[in-house]
Design a protein around this ligand. Structure first.
Ligand code: ZN
Length: 246
């Protein structure tokens, strides 16, 4: 089975369209979306519609929850709050109803876990080996048959692996073959707001036969997304950061 793993689209339509086109060239069987379909950028309705119509298997992220008033908006920074209030106003009721029904996490084909932030809390960030250790212990306790977990939320690509008793963070490269031993925790980066220092959209192709991971990076028309931020009167910092990828 070939999977595309996407995360943190954040209503960036140009990025989502570029990734969808790239996914088509990859002949995947399923697309898994790790949440945050909306929040930040100017196309929450079209992006939600595209995820629905393309048959993505989705979970909810913290920005989706905030746009649906399922969590407290005070937990977000002021720029995110402004974008979320704008999103909550713009998002059509039918898309809200669809988003609301999405689960918090999923086990896909009894093979891997899909979470937004972490396996123990969808809003927690995994930024370090310490966070990865906590995630691995949660996987062992709650999902003992699962050795692979995909997570998003940080908007940064990452691959953590257990190695004997240590946790190793592997980064930089694009292709990995997962061993038959140990546990793995992998972040595909973000479609809509990459924070890897490299402008563009990121996602993963996972081939379960052979356990192969490929990190993919796709350029898109960033200027168009930026013009939409200005036209919608969303905070301009959201536009600026796309040029630098932070
Ligand atoms: Zn996000």
């Amino acid at each position: 089975m070939r999977y595309a793993i996407v995360s943190d689209i954040h209503a960036n339509l140009e990025a989502l369209r570029a990734v969808l086109k790239d996914i088509k060239s990859q002949r995947v069987d399923k697309v898994i979306c790790l949440g945050d379909i909306v929040g930040y950028y100017a196309d929450p309705n079209t992006c939600t519609e595209l995820c629905r119509n393309s048959g993505f298997i989705c979970i909810r992220g913290n920005h989706d929850d905030a746009a649906l008033e399922l969590c407290d908006i005070d937990d977000f920074n002021p720029i995110a709050q402004t974008a979320l209030l704008w999103t909550a106003k713009k998002l059509k009721q039918e898309h809200k109803d669809w988003l609301r029904k999405l689960p918090e996490f999923l086990i896909i084909d009894e093979q891997f876990l899909a979470v937004h932030g972490s396996p123990w809390d969808p809003y927690a960030y995994i930024f370090s080996s310490g966070g990865a250790l906590q995630a691995f212990s949660c996987m062992r306790n709650n999902h003992p048959s699962i050795t692979l977990c995909f997570f998003g939320h940080t908007h940064q690509r990452a691959l953590y692996a257990t190695e004997e008793r240590a946790v190793q963070e592997i980064a930089q490269g694009t292709h990995y073959t997962l061993s038959d031993y140990g546990l793995f925790l992998i972040n595909p980066g973000s479609v809509g707001q990459s924070r890897d220092g490299k402008p563009g959209a990121s996602y993963i192709i996972y081939s379960s036969k052979g356990k192969e991971i490929e990190f993919r990076h796709v350029p898109y028309k960033i200027e168009l997304t930026q013009r939409k931020v200005a036209a919608a009167k969303l905070p301009m910092m959201l536009a600026e950061r796309l040029s630098l990828g932070y």
